[in-house]
Design a protein. Structure first.
Length: 185
């Protein structure tokens, strides 16, 4: 992790995208598999996919590369697991949501609003001594925003955990469009 920021990306963090059947108890079985092996889950996000029978679990876990293969094998032993992909941050799109309450004197309020606007965030609430803000984006963007908010005093903050998908292969998409155009003419 970088500095004192608990959300930094360490070299030994692995992002796993696990497609599972959308059934009760699947998340508990996946999480308990990591717990039984003594691995700490750094981030976990789960939601249904475009197909209602499936959910995607995005897990960021701190594993040595030798044990990653073993963990993938163990995950595949779970009946409800359909597909597992390790997502390389350089070849994937990662997003998180952060909501924070920040101390704000009347004199500082404009600075915090301006900072939030620069990061394309939103002001969710204004109180006499605090502001509630939200920001979505890459984990690095949220890390940078959090670091700048610290000078004002973060009262509370919550992050959703990472969701990630592979980046689109632009060359394949261009080829597909060209092939379609060629057939139409």
């Amino acid at each position: 992790m970088t500095g004192s920021n608990p959300y930094g990306t360490a070299a030994n963090h692995h992002v796993l995208s696990v497609l599972v059947q959308n059934r009760p108890g699947v998340l508990a079985r996946v999480a308990s598999l990591f717990a039984r092996r003594g691995y700490n889950i750094f981030s976990l996000a789960v939601a249904p996919t475009e197909q209602e029978d499936y959910s995607r679990i995005t897990i960021v876990v701190d594993l040595e590369s030798a044990t990653l293969e073993q963990m993938v094998k163990q995950l595949f032993k779970l009946v409800d697991v359909v597909r597992i992909s390790e997502l390389d941050p350089r070849n994937s799109v990662e997003r998180e949501l952060m909501v924070a309450t920040v101390r704000s004197t009347p004199e500082q309020r404009g600075q915090i609003v301006e900072l939030t606007n620069i990061f394309e965030g939103k002001i969710l609430g204004v109180g006499p001594e605090a502001l509630s803000v939200s920001l979505d984006g890459s984990p690095e963007k949220l890390n940078d925003f959090s670091e700048l908010l610290r000078q004002y005093g973060i009262i509370e903050s919550q992050r959703t955990g990472r969701v990630a998908l592979p980046k689109l292969d632009r060359t394949a998409r261009v080829r597909a469009v060209n092939q379609t155009k060629g057939k139409a003419s």
